[in-house]
Design a protein. Structure first.
Length: 478
């Protein structure tokens, strides 16, 4: 017997599960189909983000940072700790428990909101029908008034570095090392490569990051990217720019990496190699040939500003559509689509999706950077405040980096906030809130900020935009 739902969601990552919950909250009869099976062999909700992405990587970043602090950062506080050691399997076990807690949490939320959770592979057929292949291979058809595609993305594989069982791995494999590799290679100096490279560097690996491009963190503000490169180099992360990996060979459980850079063809040998060259939309066996969905030239499902596909009543959200591959972008698209299906006039502000790199110091930004504004011919003022002049950062022995605010020269409206430093992600979110409400740098400068807080660096950067910073010499005096 065919079942009928108001909304059927394919994929339970941050795009899909959030869309399903919001749709159910709005009174729509909703089902969500998910096929993911975790490393314990059991089906799990939460997608890439909860199982092998945001959450497990942050668990390892936090564990490795604590180890690094205990080993090298406590002395300055007068704390003398001897016999520090790292139990990697215990760290991985803690990470797995956190993943289970959160994926189980999605299951609980589905029950609480009345979302029907369906295990299996979903495929969109013509006429808004969805075929479900259950784990035992049996198939059934679900009728849907609306379908939300949210099948996410998978790591890109490159011919010079085919994955092996446990020597050449992707980001998922890099979350499962059972010991610290003595020498670790990483291909790709993007967000994922830098975060995972940092985890293992802090635990003692010698890390080389190969980046084919000549520029470092091309999407970040240039001043922030320059500061990041300086800091990572000091931390011992060797980032080789203009270095393209051209081949790999496994020799006695090690991997010989061939690469070409300005000095010609070279080779380096590693115990492990992480391939972190980006992700591609995942649409395998998702779309029947007659379902009518258009893909763009990168294989992404083609959608409009409201995530509507070329088929009325079928939407797509998250990593499988245009825009940054970020969990919060996916989730907000999920909410927007659910609300539009329920008849609300929801829209999303794509100009204010914050970006974060969870290294230490963190790097985060929202809005435009200097280069983008120059290209657009916009005149702007810049205010920069270094954490070295922020009491809270210095007290915490974490005073590297800066807050940089950019505001329109004519209207003083804040156009971008760029931070490298402690709690950069949280500080940038303050900037995002301010920008959402069209705040000027002067407005922020007139607000009272608690002392001593890291947030004062944002306050001072806002003041510096118009030459009024108190705790640093102003570039321009007014
Ligand atoms: P996904 O999370 O990929 O979920 C898609 C789901 O659909 C999967 O569970 C998949 O099994 C399922 N599926 C696919 N096809 C079918 C089908 N036919 N039938 C049934 N189910 C199907 N982003 C951040 O914002 N912050 C971070 O800190 C961050 N860290 C990351 C760290 C790493 C190591 C990685 C790899 C990614 C990280 N990301 C981070 C990116 C983030 O994980 C993704 O942007 C996010 O998961 C995308 O959500 P989604 O719902 O679009 O897709
Ligand atoms: P991101 O897409 O942000 O995760 O970044 C992935 C990075 O990997 C990009 O900056 C690419 O330039 C880089 N990259 C891709 N292929 C290679 C390669 N063969 N050697 C070195 N870097 C590469």
């Amino acid at each position: 017997m065919s079942q009928k739902y108001d909304v059927v969601v394919i994929g339970a990552g941050p795009g899909g599960y959030v869309a399903a919950i919001r749709a159910a909250q709005l009174g729509l009869k909703t089902a969500c189909i998910e096929k993911y099976v975790g490393k314990d062999g059991k089906s799990a909700l939460g997608g890439t983000c909860l199982n092998v992405g945001c959450i497990p990587s942050k668990a390892l970043l936090d564990s490795s940072w604590k180890y690094h602090e205990a080993k090298d950062g406590f002395k300055i506080h007068g704390i003398d700790v001897k016999g520090i050691s790292m139990d990697v399997p215990a760290m991985i076990d803690r990470k797995d428990k956190i993943v289970k807690q959160f994926t189980g949490g999605v299951s609980t939320l589905f029950k609480a909101n009345g979302v029907t959770s369906i295990e299996g592979h979903g495929k969109l057929l013509a006429g808004k029908k969805v075929e479900v292949t259950a784990p035992d291979g049996t198939t059934s058809i679900i009728d849907a008034e609306n379908v939300i595609l949210a099948s996410g993305s998978v790591p890109i594989e490159i011919p010079p570095a085919p994955l092996t069982d446990d020597t050449i791995v992707d980001s998922t494999g890099a979350l499962e090392f059972t010991s610290v590799p003595k020498k670790l290679g990483v291909i790709g100096a993007g967000v994922i490569g830098l975060e995972l490279g940092s985890v293992w560097r802090r635990l003692g690996s010698e890390v080389v990051v190969f980046e084919a491009l000549d520029t470092f963190l091309g999407l970040a503000d240039e001043q922030i990217a320059k500061e990041a490169m300086k800091t990572f180099t000091k931390q011992g992360l060797q980032v080789r720019l203009g270095a393209r990996v051209t081949g790999t060979e496994i020799k006695r459980k090690q991997v010989v990496v061939s690469f070409s850079d300005s000095e010609g063809e070279q080779q380096l040998t590693f115990d492990k190699l992480i391939v972190a060259v980006g992700r591609r939309p995942y649409t395998e066996n998702l779309l029947a040939s007659d379902c009518g969905i258009d893909l763009d030239e990168r294989g992404m499902v083609f959608v409009d500003d409201y995530c509507a596909t070329s088929v009325p009543g079928v939407y797509a959200v998250g990593d499988m559509v245009r825009g940054p591959m970020l969990a919060h972008k996916s989730s907000e698209e999920g909410v927007m689509v659910a609300e539009r299906i329920a008849g609300h006039k929801a829209a999303m502000n794509y100009d204010l999706v914050p970006s974060v790199i969870y290294t230490h110091p963190e790097i985060a930004w929202v809005g435009k950077n200097e280069k983008q504004l120059k290209a657009e011919g916009v005149e702007f003022n810049v205010g920069v405040f270094p954490f070295a002049a922020n009491g809270r950062a210095v007290a915490g022995n974490d005073a590297g980096g800066m807050v940089k605010m950019i505001a329109d020269a004519k209207t003083d409206r804040v156009l971008g906030v760029h931070v490298i430093g402690p709690s950069a992600a949280e500080l940038v979110q303050q900037g995002a809130i301010a920008m959402e409400f069209g705040t000027s740098a002067e407005d922020l400068g007139m607000m009272v900020f608690s002392h001593p807080t890291l947030s004062e660096a944002l306050h001072e950067a806002a003041l510096a935009v118009n030459g009024h910073a108190i705790h640093v010499a102003n570039r321009k005096k007014r």
